[in-house]
Design a protein around this ligand. Structure first.
Ligand code: HEM
Length: 202
């Protein structure tokens, strides 16, 4: 058996629920650090950023599941739903910290969403994540049909692009991290387009 087969054999025995637990504990731990003043001089802003970056990491990770299988044979498909939902929960936390602890005024929340372009773009990415999260269950796959469901979940690509634009727009001065995310997302998107073209030509 090849290495990918051995890894897949081990992975088949690992349930998805520990992933949810670790993500929840990590999110809670960050919150506790912020609440007890152990997250630097601006704990609310830092917490907001930590959740945002975690959400983006899981979003990108969810997009790498298929390419990883195609390129290496390692199959993480059993964990894809958990990865996607964890992304969503971190972004809900990101949005929650921003609205409830940072801005703390409904008028300003609306004003920022409408007037600050990086917030508008972040909000658009969040809006696209909602149908993906709502349909991340077997019942939705059955109701929509596998093909429609797959089409709907391609929304993850524009979501990731909007999320990276959000990041690029909000950083002050030059920072390498958002460009690294941009390169990864564009690379994954290009690979997806190439596969689809090959499939159409076959
Ligand atoms: C898919 C959705 C989203 C993703 C992936 C995302 C990701 C991120 C990332 C990576 C950062 C920077 C973290 C860092 O500096 O290390 C960030 C910051 C931020 N995001 Fe988001 N975000 C999303 C949605 C939103 C939404 C819906 C809002 C509010 C409406 C928002 C508001 C902010 C704010 C205010 C900051 C911090 C700006 C500052 O430090 O002044 N984001 N986000």
């Amino acid at each position: 058996m090849d290495l990918a087969g051995i890894i897949n054999g081990y992975l088949r025995r690992v349930p998805a629920w520990p992933l949810y637990m670790v993500a929840a504990l990590w999110g809670g731990w960050l919150f506790w650090l912020a609440a007890t003043g152990q997250l630097g001089v601006e704990p609310i802003n830092r917490l907001e950023r930590e959740y945002g970056e975690l959400g983006l990491k899981f979003l990108v990770l969810s997009l790498t599941v298929t390419p990883l299988r195609k390129w290496t044979g390692v199959n993480l498909i059993r964990f894809r739903r958990a990865i996607g939902l964890i992304c969503f929960f971190y972004i809900v936390a990101h949005f929650g910290v921003w609205t409830l602890l940072d801005v703390r005024s409904l008028d300003r929340v609306w004003a920022d969403i409408l007037k600050r372009p990086y917030v508008t773009v972040g909000m658009s990415a969040f809006a696209l994540l909602i149908p993906l999260a709502i349909t991340s269950n077997n019942l939705s796959v059955r109701r929509l049909g596998a093909q429609t469901w797959r089409k709907l979940h391609r929304l993850a690509y524009p979501t990731a692009i909007l999320a990276v634009i959000h990041y690029l727009w909000l950083v002050k001065g030059f920072q390498i991290a958002p460009f690294v995310y941009l390169a990864i997302v564009l690379g994954l998107l290009a690979a997806r387009i190439r596969w689809n073209r090959r499939l159409a030509a076959a």
